[in-house]
Design a protein around this ligand. Structure first.
Ligand SMILES: [Zn+2]
Length: 378
């Protein structure tokens, strides 16, 4: 990944360029900010620039020996750590990033704007716990303790640093007093979940969301239709990961599912409600979470439709907008808030591995009750 391949984000690029030109590169830096802001791409590009023999400002030469290796993510002084899941035939406690390195390199080539959820999905671990374990931490300490091979720096990237459990405290000494020419780059969407002991020892580098125009530029080669592209850009709200997901999953059709749920619950169609509960229970954990997130997004925008009366500034597709406008006759803001609360609870329960069928059956009846209690007198 090269900086010039990351669209826009000029202020963040300038900041990193300043660190390099003023020789103020911190030993430990945390790349953070909202999901879908390109932080992993930034981390990989920064590492490549630091390793390049003849960088031009923030950009690598792309030709030297180091570039050839670091741009393929195989540079011996570039160490990659990230959360992993169990694999068959290997003890969980001895399973580390090394076992997933080939997949991670593919992930970097294909989905560098994806977050930790996209990575879990990439290794079919969306329903399994993932973490950075103690063996991994020990390996990091060991590999950074070695002499650097050929580069100017030894660079350790830790993607998904919020998945460092208490064992991560083993890294404190390393972060505080690193071996010479060592740079540790942490990458996380969830800064608040990182161990405080670690976070307080890092320089925090917050990258803002992408601008709409920047996302538009990225999607230009993939979505040729201007109108369709503008729609995706608007829905993404600065999150490049979401933009790519909307584009890739256009047929996921959560809007239809949600509408079916509202219809069944509003008319107290019990068999319909139970069928829908079955349908959602058959989704995997990440998909269920995706559905809840979609519902929250829809309801948030729905409330804006109710308040604004005009729908121009609302982040909904044309089809969703017309659904929302029709809904205003029967679904009040109070109902929408209650349903949103229910979905927020569901996200927590999904992550606590609640029984899917019970969860969604009770959700269906919960929505039905919200409608029944608050029906707008017509
Ligand atoms: Zn180079």
């Amino acid at each position: 990944m090269l900086f010039r391949d990351i669209p826009g984000q000029e202020a963040s690029k300038k900041y990193l360029e300043g660190l390099i030109s003023d020789d103020r590169i911190p030993h430990a830096i945390l790349f953070t900010g909202p999901e879908g802001n390109g932080k992993l791409a930034f981390a990989m590009a920064f590492a490549a620039t630091l390793l390049c023999e003849n960088p031009e400002g923030i950009n690598v030469c792309g030709k030297c020996n180091h570039c050839i290796k670091s741009l393929k993510y195989v540079h011996p002084d570039l160490h990659l750590s990230f959360p992993v899941s169990s694999i068959e035939g290997k003890k969980r406690e001895s399973t580390t990033s090394n076992d997933f390195l080939v997949q991670f390199r593919n992930f970097l080539s294909e989905q560098i704007y994806g977050g930790i959820g996209a990575w879990a999905k990439f290794i079919n671990a969306e329903n399994k716990p993932i973490n950075i374990n103690v063996t991994e931490c020990n390996q990091i300490i060991k590999s950074l303790g070695l002499r650097k091979y050929e580069g100017r720096y030894k660079i350790q990237i830790i993607f998904g640093a919020e998945h460092l459990s208490k064992e991560g405290n083993r890294l404190l000494k390393l972060i505080e007093e690193p071996t010479p020419d060592t740079i540790i780059i942490l990458v996380s969407d969830y800064q608040e979940q990182i161990l405080n002991t670690i976070k307080s020892r890092c320089q925090i580098f917050k990258i803002p969301p992408f601008l709409d125009g920047e996302i538009d530029k990225i999607l230009k080669s993939e979505i040729l239709d201007d109108k369709q592209r503008a729609e995706v850009v608007r829905l993404a709200a600065g999150n490049l990961k979401t933009a790519l997901e909307i584009h890739q999953n256009e047929e996921t059709a959560y809007d239809e599912l949600l509408l079916d749920i509202f219809r069944a619950a509003y008319t107290s169609n019990i068999s319909g409600m139970l069928n829908l509960a079955d349908r959602i229970s058959s989704l995997n954990k990440k998909e269920m979470e995706g559905f809840c997130v979609y519902t929250l997004h829809f309801l948030k925008e729905y409330m804006r439709v109710v308040h604004l009366k005009a729908t121009d500034a609302v982040r909904l597709s044309g089809k969703e907008k017309s659904t929302a406008l029709k809904m205003t006759r029967s679904i009040s803001v109070r109902m929408a808030i209650s349903i949103a609360n229910l979905m927020e609870e569901n996200i927590k329960n999904i992550n606590r591995n609640a029984n899917k069928k019970i969860l969604w059956t009770s959700t269906m009846f919960g929505i039905e009750e919200i409608f029944a209690k608050n029906k707008i007198a017509s």
